[in-house]
Design a protein around this ligand. Sequence first.
Ligand code: NI
Length: 133
Amino acid sequence: MSVVRFSVSLEEELLKELDDYIKDNNFANRSQGLRYLIEKNIVEKKWQCNNIVAGAVVMIYDHHKKEILARSNDIQHDYFDVILSSQHYHLNHDICLEIIAVKGKANILTELADKLISIKGIRHGKLLMSKAD
Ligand code: NI
């Protein structure tokens, strides 16, 4: 594939952050770092579609907040047809890690993950997906 050169204007501060990111991730140069960031974001955008994908929703939360569990349970029942399994780990006295394996249309999984991750009190949440068809 042919490579096209183009110039980019960035604020100094943002450029410094980009260079730090490139250094931290051992990219060879700015082009490689930018290529990675662009592909990552555009691929994620393609996931807003009807492709069948599989992945996991990962969440970390404080188990003392009972309303998180109740809300998460309600949401998961609404999406039972795309949830393969869920695992719950008690990381310590307070913190739980939950991994929900999912398979289905990318846009439905994104909708499910957005609902789960936005539950008030969730400390960290992320959806990981790969093509599955
Ligand atoms: Ni727990």
